[in-house]
Ligand binder design. Structure first.
Ligand SMILES: CC(C)(COP(=O)(O)OP(=O)(O)OC[C@H]1O[C@@H](n2cnc3c(N)ncnc32)[C@H](O)[C@@H]1OP(=O)(O)O)[C@@H](O)C(=O)NCCC(=O)NCCS
Length: 203
């Protein structure tokens, strides 16, 4: 990262037929239509039903996270226009050079490679520009679609214990998936990182 611990803002990333851009206030209606949906309610921590009030709060929080440089929360678009989904990067640990990513795609736009292309684009940016090494996804073992996206982008399941959560639409058991550069980071280094995160100690 250019300034340690602070993510660049604003940005726009283009490649492979998509543009990831900052959310705008004018996206409110599209955002609400996209997030008020059963799969999003089941597999993500979004409030459900997701109404206009939730949308306003969501865009406000996204803006705060972007301005403060704490997270990346970008709309997936074809050409910078209408939002089709969202891809995120958060929980950056500068010392361990790792961060977590997430994604969702509107129901009407699924199975067109949008999640795969967005995750690939943001993962590449995280490596090349943010100098992050280990990228993480947390995915419920029952979320077939998300697992297919993770695999398709070269992420692999780690042996870390699942994170159990109770939500209004059922319980989730989140497995940790990781992407580390080929040849980069020895097995020992990765195990040390796991230990450091688990016990709150940097090595
Ligand atoms: C998971 C999600 C983002 C996938 O988005 P998408 O744009 O449809 O995914 P893609 O089109 O990029 O698909 C990537 C791969 O996953 C596969 N895939 C996608 N949906 C699938 C499904 N329901 N079942 C099986 N495979 C699926 C595709 O066939 C593709 O495989 P391929 O690369 O071998 O062709 C979308 O279903 C979604 O938003 N779900 C609800 C929110 C969510 O679960 N987010 C992730 C939380 S961890």
């Amino acid at each position: 990262m250019t300034t340690p611990g602070r993510l660049p803002y604003p940005i726009s990333l283009t490649g492979d037929g998509i543009t990831l851009r900052e959310w705008r206030d004018e996206d409110l209606d599209e955002l609400v239509a996209m997030l008020d949906e059963p799969d999003i309610a089941r597999w993500t921590p979004m409030p459900s039903p997701f109404d206009v009030e939730a949308g306003i709060a969501y865009l406000k929080r996204a803006r705060q996270g972007r301005v403060s440089g704490q997270r990346m929360q970008l709309a997936i678009t074809a050409d910078g226009g209408k939002p089709l989904g969202e891809v995120l990067l958060f929980g950056v640990d500068v010392g361990l050079r790792e961060a977590e990513l997430g994604y969702l795609v509107g129901a009407a736009h699924r199975r067109r490679g949008l999640a795969r292309r967005s995750l690939t684009l943001l993962s590449g940016y995280a490596r090349s520009t943010l100098s992050l090494n280990r990228l993480l996804l947390r995915i419920d073992a029952g979320n077939t679609a998300s697992i297919a996206v993770a695999r398709g982008c070269g992420y692999r399941l780690t042996g870390e214990p699942p994170i159990l959560q109770e939500g209004p639409h059922g319980s989730t058991s989140l497995d940790t998936w990781e992407s580390v550069p080929t040849g980069g980071g020895s097995r020992m280094e990765r195990l040390r990182n796991v230990a450091a995160r688990r016990y709150g100690r940097r090595v």
